[in-house]
Each structure stands twice: as structure tokens, then as C-alpha cells.
Design a protein around this ligand. Structure first.
Ligand code: NAD
Length: 492
């Protein structure tokens, strides 16, 4: 039996001051199953009244000090318990994610689902980071000693997208909470289901009420009052550049600090001397995983001319292995896009592709699936890098493939982009790899490898792909306020 039964879904509610609650003004919105287009349930629809309640609870918890001034060992214990509980409830979380945004449940595995293990790892990592990281001291002979302190900063807004709803939320939450802050989390309106489990986990793990609060709803109604709230000291946002600009314009007057992790149009550069078999499998994984709804997707594939035709044939064969189907079928590799608005957007790009280039394969719905927001794995060729499909983030299982002559030609194409998030280079030559790496305008590079994460890495992007970095000590900088104290070591 490959088919897994979908989970039960209690109506999604806010989580404020340690309690689940409906919207103050009684608002609700529809949660649609992207694989069937059917209504799953109605969710609480937050607005300024809910945001005010949540920020009030967060501020009270921060000022009370049970968490913000707790011994690091206490915070470590709670975070570790939460991580264990996540892994214990892995199957339930994964099923809720499949229901809310269509990601396939994947093959059976021993132990917790890898995505949940990564979420738990975020918690364990920052639980230890906050306990072990030291501060600085500067000694100017015996006339002045200065030491620094990284204190909890206050109440943060954490605003997350739908494309990795649970795991991406833990990237922000883990450092924010570990360093002693309080948070108001606003998940995407397109993925309001799996986050309930995390609220229950925090309660069971012993996190004091009000430290973590969660308000469901739309950006315009809940997101804006949250980022504009006077008691919010910082906003960590993952989403589109357009939303980041709007948030920046609203936070500028109060000088609220911001961290933005945004979109990408990342180049995957494959040289003629690369291990082609590995490069093809990784290229397909990079753009078809999560139905292409990944910020770090290698969505522009650049292939050196001598192996161009061979690559196209191999890539088409690899794409055929990405079977589309129900997210609850363990053999499915390609689920639907998250929502009708995303499906229409991707279909619009496919129409442009027909005018600007040629669709090599795919380009529409997968065969046999007439319900759900499915798009077949697609490759676009014979297209210039100035085309809309090469410049804009499509956020679907759609790759553009372009040939190049030499390293400088590949760099010219790759750097002709308003984005600068990730990049991938495939070559057996270290000289070529480093020549290209040092000239490529991206913040994160992988050589002969697909996406892999070390939690100490500074995750973020250049150009329109982001502002600020999160991960390891970079997160500590954002989620704490650094102060210094000076005094002479001998009497003056
Ligand atoms: P989005 O910008 O539409 O929404 C993101 C979140 O912001 C949602 O919770 C939304 O409700 C909220 N929001 C919308 N308008 C707001 C406003 N004016 N004020 C405050 N909050 C507001 O993005 P999306 O479509 O949910 O996510 C997809 C985008 O996220 C893609 O561009 C993708 O590349 C990017 N992304 C980046 C990373 C990264 O780490 N760099 C990771 C995942 C996704």
C-alpha cells in the first residue's frame, strides 16, 4: 500500500499567551487542498486586534523575565525537549504539511522524517550556541578593560512563506527564542496547518506562556500591523522581494531592524569536464524538488556547448523519473503547486516561454491529473538570458537551459540577474571552479554538490535576494543586542 491516510485537522487557531484562540473579530479564511482543490477547513483570520493581543502577550513575557533572564541551561532544556517532541510527532507534522502545501510525503524511512530532523537540529544547535558562545573582551594594557554582552533584544516578528512551512519557521524561531527573545510568528496564509503542532510542543516542553505567539492570516491584514507595531524590535522575513520592500518602507520610520531572505534565479553551471551523471541528477533534484518552489532552486541551467545535447537528453530522461501524483502516495515525487494563484502564475510564464523560446518537454499539466494545481516537469531552451523566464523567479518545476562557450561567457550570463542567492558549479577542475566561484555574484555557492546546509553558514542573498545573514553567530548578531562596558584596571 503506497497510499497514506491524510491527517485529522482541527480548525487552525491563533496561539496567543499560551492559549489557542479564534480571531478577536471572528474572521476566518478558507484552507484549500492544492492536490484536490477541495476545502480542507476554515482558519482564524488575524487582523490588528489579534496582533495587538499577541504583541502584548510577547512583551509581557519578555518583561517578566522567566525566559529572557532565565539561565541559559533552562532555555537549553526546553529547546531540547521541544526538539525531541518534534521528532516524536514527525509523521503528523509531515502529513499536515502535505495537506497544506502539497509536498509529497515521500518514501518510508526509519526514525523521524529528514525534514523534521533538520527542524529539531535547528533547535538543538541554537540551544547549545546560546549556552556556549562567549562574549568579547578588549584589554588596553592596564588602563582600560572592555567587555561586551549580547543581551536578548525584545519582541521579534517572524514572517514565513509556505514553501517549507515547518522547517523554514524553525530556522527563525530557534535562534530568536534560544537567545531569550519573545516572538510573534505569522505563517503564510497558504500553509496554516502544521504550525499548530509546534504550538502544542512548546506548551508541553515547558516554554513559558507568551514567549512564542502565532497569528494566522494575510499579509495585508495581519502582517502589516505586526511589522508596524511599536513594541516589535525586529522583523525576520522570508518571502518575495516585493513584500520585503513594503516591509522596509513600513519599518524605516521606527528604525526597526530587519533581516530579509528573499527569492532567487540561481545559475547551475555545468562544464564539459563535469561528472555528467551526477550533475544531471542534481540539476533535476534542484529544480523539481518541492515542485520547484525552493528559493535556492538551480532554475537557470548553463551547460558548456560540447556536452549541451548530451545534457538535454539526460535531463529529459531524469525528469521522466519525477512522477506526479497524490502527495499522500509514497511513490509520488512531484506534488501540486501550493495554490491556484501560484498555478496561474507559472502557466503565465509557460505562455511567455512559447513566445521567447521553445519548450523542450513538459509545459502543461502532467498526464492523467485533471484536478489539483499540478505542473509537469518542464525545460525551456533556445532562449536568451534577457527573456522574462530567465530573469524572473518562476517558482515552479520549470528550468531554463542555455549553452555557454567558456567560463567568462558562463559568468556573463549568470551575473546578468537582479538576484544573487545561490549558485552551483560542476567541474573536475579546481582552477575553473574557483575562478568562477570568486566572480559569481551570489552569497551561497556549492561546488560539485547540491544544496547542503551547515547551520553555522551565513544564509542569505546578494542583490534582490536578501539583506542580512542568518545562521550560527550571524543569527546571534541579529537576535541579540550587543553592549559594551569599560573600566580601568588600575586606579586613575
Ligand atoms: P510573500 O512575500 O508573498 O509572503 C511571505 C509572507 O509575508 C507571508 O506570510 C505573507 O502573508 C506575508 N506578507 C505578505 N505581504 C506582507 C506585508 N505587506 N507585510 C507583512 N507581511 C506580509 O512570499 P511567498 O509567496 O509566501 O513565498 C515565496 C517567496 O519566498 C519566493 O520569492 C521565495 O524565493 C522566497 N523564499 C526565500 C527563502 C530564502 O531563505 N531566501 C526561503 C524560502 C522562500
Amino acid at each position: 500500500m503506497n497510499e497514506v491516510s491524510p491527517p485529522d485537522v482541527p480548525p487552525p487557531l491563533h496561539f496567543i499567551g499560551g492559549d489557542f484562540s479564534a480571531a478577536v473579530n471572528g474572521g476566518e479564511f478558507e484552507v484549500i487542498n492544492p492536490a484536490t482543490e477541495a476545502l480542507t477547513c476554515m482558519a482564524a483570520r488575524g487582523d490588528i486586534a489579534d496582533i495587538n493581543a499577541a504583541v502584548g502577550a510577547a512583551k509581557e513575557a519578555f518583561d517578566d523575565g522567566t525566559w529572557s533572564r532565565a539561565k541559559p541551561g533552562f532555555r537549553r532544556e526546553v529547546m531540547f525537549r521541544a526538539a525531541d517532541l518534534m521528532e516524536a510527532r514527525s509523521e503528523e507534522i509531515i502529513k499536515l504539511q502535505s495537506l497544506e502545501m502539497g509536498v509529497p510525503i515521500g518514501p518510508e524511512h526509519k526514525g523521524p522524517h529528514p525534514m523534521i530532523s533538520r527542524s529539531a537540529w535547528n533547535f538543538r544547535f541554537f540551544a547549545e550556541e546560546q549556552e556556549l558562545a562567549g562574549n568579547h573582551s578588549f584589554n588596553r594594557d592596564d588602563t582600560l578593560l572592555t567587555y561586551t554582552m549580547s543581551d536578548p533584544a525584545g519582541v521579534f516578528a517572524l514572517i514565513t512563506p509556505w514553501n517549507g512551512p515547518f522547517m523554514l519557521s524553525t530556522w527563525k524561531m530557534a535562534p530568536c527564542l534560544a537567545y531569550g527573545n519573545s516572538a510573534i510568528h505569522k505563517p503564510s496564509e497558504l500553509s496554516p496547518l502544521s504550525i499548530r503542532v509546534l504550538c502544542e510542543i512548546f506548551e508541553e516542553a515547558g516554554m513559558p506562556a507568551g514567549v512564542y505567539n502565532m497569528v494566522l492570516g494575510f499579509g495585508q491584514e495581519a502582517g502589516i500591523p505586526l511589522v508596524e507595531h511599536d513594541d516589535v524590535i525586529g522583523v525576520s522575513f522570508t518571502g518575495s522581494p516585493a513584500t520585503a520592500r513594503d516591509i522596509a518602507s513600513r519599518t524605516a520610520p521606527s528604525l526597526t531592524k530587519t533581516s530579509f531572505e528573499l527569492g532567487g534565479k540561481s545559475a547551475n553551471i555545468i562544464f564539459a569536464d563535469a561528472n555528467l551523471k551526477k550533475a544531471i541528477a542534481a540539476a533535476a533534484m534542484s529544480i523539481f524538488m518541492n515542485a520547484g518552489q525552493a528559493c535556492i532552486a538551480g532554475s537557470r541551467i548553463l551547460v558548456q556547448r560540447p556536452i549541451y545535447e548530451e545534457f538535454l537528453a539526460g535531463f529529459e530522461q531524469a525528469a521522466a523519473g519525477w512522477k506526479a501524483g497524490s502527495p499522500f502516495d509514497r511513490t509520488t515525487r512531484l506534488g501540486p503547486l501550493v495554490a491556484k494563484r501560484q498555478y496561474d502564475r507559472v502557466m503565465g510564464y509557460l505562455a511567455s516561454a512559447r513566445e521567447e523560446g521553445r519548450i523542450l518537454f513538459g509545459g502543461g499539466r502532467p498526464e492523467g491529473l485533471d484536478k489539483g494545481y499540478y505542473v509537469a516537469p518542464t525545460a525551456i531552451v533556445d532562449v536568451d538570458n534577457s527573456a522574462k523566464v530567465c530573469q524572473e523567479e518562476i517558482f515552479g518545476p520549470v528550468a531554463v537551459i542555455m549553452p555557454f562557450d567558456d567560463a567568462d561567457h558562463a559568468l556573463a550570463i549568470a551575473n546578468d540577474s537582479s538576484y544573487g542567492l545561490a549558485g552551483y558549479i560542476w567541474t573536475e577542475s579546481q582552477t575553473t571552479a574557483h575562478y568562477v566561484n570568486h566572480r559569481l555574484q551570489t552569497a551561497m555557492m556549492w561546488i560539485n554538490a547540491g544544496f547542503d546546509r551547515d547551520l553555522r553558514q551565513p544564509f542569505g542573498g546578494l542583490k534582490n535576494s536578501g539583506l542580512g545573514r542568518e545562521g550560527g553567530s550571524f543569527s546571534r548578531e541579529f537576535y541579540t543586542q550587543t553592549r559594551f562596558t569599560s573600566f580601568p584596571l588600575t586606579p586613575r
